[in-house]
Design a protein around this ligand. Structure first.
Ligand code: GLN
Length: 193
């Protein structure tokens, strides 16, 4: 199984390390020519959504990636990646791929609480009874509204921080930074199905 990781900015190496631990071959997407390589699924890492979104367009990768997701390619998006997929951002006029019918708030936890770690339940990953998932938030967004058919996978306090919509899983936190592989395993299960 080949999983492409968008490798233009942000925390992509951490995703690659986790995927390799799970026996997956990673393909780095750094430019449009990389889209010709074979891959079965896609990871959009955390980082800075405005920078990633601008580079996706400038490198001529946006339309191809958007089409693949719309055609059903499994995608795991974290933090800035979730913003790239969102239909709308309440506090920023910019939008990017817009394949996921959610409304998000960028940097939603404010400056004081910019980064924090907590434990939370993620629906569907606790088959082995290992309990709550360690969630690392870094200047994270959260989801303010979900559209039809969007499944809420996790909430912290009242805020939605992980969702699934058909072939798309998106988290506001960074599952690649904790050593707990269960969110990535959920994603790999989706690819196999
Ligand atoms: N604050 C970043 C943004 O708006 C996201 C942060 C992250 O990916 N850790 O794009």
């Amino acid at each position: 199984m080949n999983v492409a990781v968008l490798a233009i900015q942000g925390a992509f190496v951490e995703h690659e390390n986790m995927l390799r631990r799970l026996g997956v071959t990673c393909v780095e997407l750094r430019g449009a020519s990389d889209l010709r390589k074979p891959f079965d699924a896609l990871v959009l890492p955390g980082g800075e959504s405005t920078v990633q979104g601008k580079l996706l367009r400038e490198l001529g990768m946006s339309d191809d990636i958007k089409q693949r997701i719309a055609d059903g390619m499994p995608v795991l998006a974290t933090c800035a990646g979730l913003i790239l997929l969102a239909d709308r951002v309440v506090n920023d006029p910019r939008t990017y791929l817009r394949t996921l019918p959610i409304v998000v708030r960028r940097n939603a936890y404010g400056r004081q609480l910019g980064s924090f770690r907590t434990l939370g339940d993620v629906h569907g990953i606790d088959a082995h009874g290992k309990g709550a998932f360690p969630m690392e938030f870094i200047r994270a967004p959260y989801v303010e509204e979900v559209g039809d058919d969007v499944e809420v996978l996790a909430k912290i306090d009242t805020h939605v921080v992980a969702v699934r919509y058909h072939n798309q899983v998106a988290t506001a936190f960074h599952p690649e930074l904790t050593g707990d592989t269960r969110v990535h395993e959920l994603f790999l299960d989706m690819i196999e199905k």
